[in-house]
Design a protein around this ligand. Sequence first.
Ligand SMILES: [Zn+2]
Length: 363
Amino acid sequence: MSDLAPTLETIRTAPKVLLHDHLDGGLRPRTVAELAEATGYRELPTTDVAELERWFQAAANSGSLESYLETFAHTCGVMQTEQALVRVAAEAAEDLAEDGVVYAEVRYAPELFVERGLSLEAVVEAVQEGFAEGTRRAAERGRRIHMATLLCAMRQHARALEIAELAVRYRDVGVAGFDIAGPEAGFPPTRNLDAFEYIRTSNAHFTIHAGEAFGLASIWEAIQHCGAERLGHGVRITDDIKTDERGEVHLGRLAGYVRDRRTPLEICPSSNVQTGAAPSIAEHPLGLLARLRFRVTVNTDNRLMSGCTLSSEFAELVDAFGYGWADIQWFTINAMKSAFLDFDRRLDLINNVIKPGYAKLPN
Ligand SMILES: [Zn+2]
């Protein structure tokens, strides 16, 4: 492994694994503008690409939930046709591959893309076609990426069981699992028990967005009542970790359970800072959680709104916590172990792609 400190440029060359990334949060600014033009979407704040890029980040940074949600109204607004979905998915695969991501689970809520009459099935098939196309184009440039899909249900809607069934129906053609997203407060995960039970009894996989804006109760319900295999964010687990006056760290029962069970935490540093779940990258609970050896994974959440890539997230963590290559490899193997992919393929990626990739980094 390289002795040199990781930089953004060298991190981009290392193999990485991404488990938490939203399709409608990762569009290229130019694509938003071009799709708006092509599909007759008239609501964009500006059609100038550079201004639009700045607008997305500023709106997401503003601290106002209204402007944060407005960013997704626009991305979803331009993703209402099959062609648009194919293009966005293909570009997501290309962009992630270009950033050195070798395995990605990208998620979206199919019910958000049916405003112009697409069926849920047509949405899923268009996105799968796009991922296949993007994977092919990346391979032509010598970049190998495995794209997997997670289907989300929106907490505030009542379609979770329907979406869970959709995820199971498409599991052999690239849909790796299920998730619920949307506002945590007022919409506890136990509202969707039927969907989680359906997923579990179908021997399928799911994660739950929990412990981002809302505290321990949400994490506890997600794990103990719903049976979530992973936690989307989960950073608020630190509410159950106390440091005493001697500096000794004490885990409460839930935090201990999460660590003992190796429950993966899909942590998204920049996104947490934007939504106020963490005050800054330097003060992000990821530092403590990694030190305590929780199963921490590093993720992007929304690349457009946060103006980030998986490599830039790692570069920020290197600056904040002094991480070296061994740490980046640890986060990467944590993520690969936690993927909703067959055991033999996970092992293959760890032994034949990730470990050799870190071993041959430039010295
Ligand atoms: Zn998310």
